[in-house]
Write a protein that binds this ligand. Sequence first.
Ligand code: GDP
Length: 296
Amino acid sequence: MFESLQDRLGSILNGLTGRGALSEADVSAALREVRRALLEADVALDVVRSFTEKVREKAVGAEILKSIKPGQMVVKIVHDQLVEMLGSEGVTIDLNAPAPVVIMMVGLQGSGKTTTTGKIASRMKTRDKKKVLMASLDTRRPAAQEQLRQLGVQTGVDTLPVIAGQSPTDIAARAVQAAKLGGHDVVILDTAGRTHIDEPLMIEMAEIKRKSNPHEILLVADALTGQDAVNLARNFDERVGITGLVLTRMDGDGRGGAALSMRAVTGKPIKLIGVGEKMGELEEFHPRRVADRILG
Ligand code: GDP
């Protein structure tokens, strides 16, 4: 599909012997290819810029190890830097708070929010033996509320019954109250999305946050979003304040550049990834695997 970065750098740096140090000119030529690879992987432009600068600092003057070719040397520096920027392994949802722990799911419509709510709830129930309550706050789309109810039936997780006419903030407060009364460990709020970010959406999210005091606010984002991922993440983080990211559709053809963009812009960890439509298709995030994929 894509010519690997390794091959591309190999042809650029072939003239170099395996001795000495990487020069400014060698690195600049190599970085043009790195930049292209990152843009092809859908990493946002400003993230590509800051990334290549960091690589430049590390690569210029770096001793070329005898055992590897200069091209491989640059790929290794790039790979290590990608892993560093993508963040460490094993950061996952934090339930270390008094019950019921509130998790608020935010994101655009169609990003996979409701599906991910079901996946997380199902996993907490079966694997962690937690009693979970899910509540749909999408009062604009009855279909969304029905979708969550069906996921509840399918997974055997409780859902908050719908009361017509309630506002999202009222539902959030009722969900927390119901979870207290019901002895639930966790309550997951599936908020409404829009097709794009707008002011009313941000105000609604901030109000829900104020009313429900969530311990985790997870931004669910489509890994195939590409360049828009940066604006999305920046907006949600600045306006609502997120605690982590969940990337969906990592089973798709995309190279996952959105992961790097969103992580770089917010500094918040990628906690989980969605790898399919089924309830079991939720995985931990492995920075090395995503780095490999971004490099192509
Ligand atoms: P919402 O509007 O954000 O609540 O999005 P939904 O949860 O309704 O998901 C939209 C579509 O994406 C549905 O058809 C889901 O089955 C699908 N979907 C969600 N997560 C994934 C994923 O990780 N991989 C794939 N291939 N599809 C997903």
